[in-house]
Design a protein around this ligand. Structure first.
Ligand code: HEM
Length: 383
């Protein structure tokens, strides 16, 4: 829980502090997935991943796709009571599917969505292959998803048609800098969809919750977005410069990540016996780098239990060594900026189109995982 120690662990993977995610996660995301490999293989896979989600790719390819999807997903919500948790999860899934396989996303959507939600459930489960358990269902779902992605890859190779999406970037061509095997591509695609989906949807839901409970923050955020709309024609998409201008939105996202502790920690394991802070940690032991405590450290965040997005505008808190909401070191979230763009785009269209109030009576848990076990129901009306 100690901030210094957490940081030390994240910064020292080469000393033998490698990711130690549970067996269920490795089995379901695949043994070649980026979080399961180390050293030069990790560096190579990470390079390939960063090349398809770079700022230029976000600007030219991913944001336009995302903008179109969010805009149409959020239409016709007026005068409805909706479970915003469920809606956001579906939207985050559809958006990552569209980013990964743009053209085929419509034809494979139903098949892959059924399997994807089973897969997510099994990533943290007891890895005992008994039929009917979450683990076993997720394992079957993984097999189904692998075969769908393989089909798409084969079709693309046959047709020679050009595509502009993440899968096309990973499959590459003769001139590509990164050459990945089909198995590496498939595990990376599954990991991208899994990692992006959970954290982005939970953060979006919690941001709405905090904004609902703090009208002054909502007002400032709405003003930021209305100012962007005023510069545009009614149906004009938002672009990368608009995203860069959303300073207060970014602060709301960081404050949400901190206060809800959307990611409460990350897993590591020792490759050898080692001493940490005077304690001898045996070889192969798991370490849960628990970042929630640092998120609530009053010396870093005065009045830590208060939702105060303005704190992120005053000092350069984002680059503080102890800010680990996106992890740190060689495993710092490669999807950080993409995730922020996704949440910002959702907030942009949501707050400029709608007002909302909670129906009430829903429970929100922030431990062990941030979730609304029975959904978060809100009544939506046009703004
Ligand atoms: C609010 C959004 C997000 C949050 C809070 C978040 C958080 C994190 C954190 C804390 C880690 C570090 C894990 C570790 O050290 O073991 C991580 C890694 C990772 N994230 Fe994100 N993430 C977000 C969005 C995304 C998105 C949109 C993608 C899609 C590309 C993504 C893909 C990944 C991948 C592939 C890794 C593993 C990196 C590696 O092992 O080198 N994340 N994320």
């Amino acid at each position: 829980m100690d901030g210094e120690m957490n940081r030390y662990i994240l910064m020292n993977e080469p000393k033998g502090l490698v990711p130690g995610y549970p067996k269920s996660m490795v089995d379901i995301l695949g043994e070649l997935n980026i979080t399961a490999v180390h050293g030069s293989t990790h560096k190579y896979l990470r390079g390939a991943l960063l090349s398809i989600i770079s700022p230029i790719m976000i600007r030219d390819q991913l944001l336009p796709t995302l903008d179109q999807l969010v805009r149409s997903y959020l239409s016709n919500w007026d005068n409805q009571v909706i479970d915003i948790q469920q809606k956001i999860k579906e939207m985050a899934f559809l958006s990552s599917l569209r980013q990964v396989v743009s053209k085929e996303s419509i034809s494979i959507r139903d098949r892959i969505s059924r399997e994807f939600f089973k897969l997510v459930l099994g990533t943290l489960s007891l890895p005992i292959p008994i039929p009917g358990t979450n683990y076993s269902r997720a394992f079957q779902a993984r097999k189904a998803i692998v075969s769908i992605i393989r089909e798409v890859m084969e079709e693309r190779r046959k047709s020679q048609e050009t595509h502009k999406d993440m899968l096309a970037g990973l499959m590459g061509n003769d001139e590509s800098r990164y050459k990945l095997s089909d198995e590496q591509i498939i595990d990376l695609v599954i990991t991208i969809m899994f990692s992006g989906h959970e954290s982005v949807s939970t953060t979006s839901m919690m941001a709405l919750k905090y904004l609902h409970d703090h009208p002054n923050a909502l007002q400032q955020l709405r003003e930021e977005h209305l100012a962007i709309r005023q510069r545009k024609k009614p149906d004009e998409p938002i672009d990368f410069n608009d995203i860069k201008s959303m300073k207060f939105t970014r602060a709301v996202i960081f404050e949400t990540l901190r206060l809800a502790s959307v990611i409460n920690g990350v897993f590591r394991k020792t490759t050898d016996e080692m001493e940490l802070n005077g304690y001898l940690i045996p070889k192969g032991w798991k370490i849960h780098v628990y970042t929630r405590e640092t998120n609530y450290d009053p010396s870093l965040y005065p009045e830590p239990l208060k939702f105060n997005p303005w704190r992120w505008l005053e000092k350069n808190l984002e680059s503080n060594n102890h800010c680990l909401v996106f992890g740190g070191g060689t495993r710092l979230c490669p999807g950080k900026e993409l995730g922020i763009v996704e949440i910002s785009t959702f907030l942009h269209y949501f707050v400029t189109r709608y007002r909302w109030e909670e129906v009430g009576g829903d429970t929100l848990l922030i431990f062990p995982k941030v979730q609304a076990p029975n959904g978060l129901h809100i009544r939506v009306s046009s703004y």
